[in-house]
Design a protein around this ligand. Structure first.
Ligand code: AP5
Length: 208
């Protein structure tokens, strides 16, 4: 099973990806997580750190390279879920080329749809447990008292607004691209997490 999750910041891609990956026993491959890990390790180009802090997209070449290498790992042989990649048409074309070289195909591209006002609230009140990677929300999924919480640097209100604008400008073309290739499934991302999971599973089942 090879899946892509597309959606604006705070749409719930990471939250849903964890459940789906557990179910299908495939790795969640998040370019955002990989870039943040590079930043934490001090190995990420300072220019990319600046781009992320402002809510822009890092250059296509940087993430394509990350995906090429990460999908070569043994754990990705039987499939993977790409969370937040591709985000532009050139990234999608590079992914197609890479899969073609390996004789592989995508099964489905799930687009999670959430209204803008909810996205702001979801991203700004998100907290992540540094040790477990578990995603919480101060209103919708309060963390336990012993969680070691992190507030993402790009989850400040002005940066979230820029990230949403960037998504609308840079990623909008991606949906028609995948619609044309017949892979796109649009899923309503509003409601209880479990209800959204059911819709995502329904969308995957149509293409599996
Ligand atoms: P990335 O880390 O990919 O961030 P993003 O796409 O902006 O997505 P988020 O992680 O903010 O949101 P999510 O959809 O995963 O939501 P979550 O499940 O956490 O990218 C960060 C940056 O890296 C980019 O800005 C860019 O600079 C760079 N980058 C990454 N990939 C790139 C690429 N391919 N090309 C170029 N640059 C790239 O949920 C959010 C909150 O909502 C949580 O608190 C959660 O608990 C809550 N929640 C989730 N579902 C529900 C629900 N159903 N009801 C109520 N609350 C919910």
């Amino acid at each position: 099973m090879r899946l892509v999750f597309v959606g604006p910041p705070g749409a719930g891609k990471g939250t849903q990806a964890k459940v789906i990956c557990d179910k299908y026993k495939i790795p969640q491959i998040s370019t955002g997580d990989m870039l943040r890990a590079g930043k934490a390790a001090g190995t990420l180009d300072p220019e990319l750190v600046k781009t992320m802090a402002s809510g822009g997209l890092v250059p296509d070449s940087a993430v394509i390279d990350l995906i090429r290498k990460r999908t070569e790992n043994d754990d990705a042989k039987n499939g993977f879920l790409l969370d937040g990649f591709p985000r532009t048409v050139p990234q999608a074309e590079a992914l197609n080329k890479l899969l073609e070289e390996r004789g592989q195909k995508l099964n489905v591209v799930v687009a999670l749809e959430v209204a803008k006002d909810l996205l702001m609230e979801r991203a700004c009140l998100r907290r992540t447990d540094k040790k477990t990677g578990q995603i919480y929300h101060l209103k919708y999924k309060p963390p336990p008292p012993d969680a070691d919480l992190e507030h993402r640097a790009d989850d400040k209100e002005d940066v979230v607004r820029n990230r949403i604008d960037t998504y609308e400008k840079m990623t909008a073309d991606l949906l028609p691209f995948y619609e044309k290739s017949g892979l796109l499934e649009r899923v309503d991302g509003v409601g209880e997490v479990a209800a959204v999971t059911d819709r995502v599973l329904g969308a995957i089942a149509k293409r599996a």
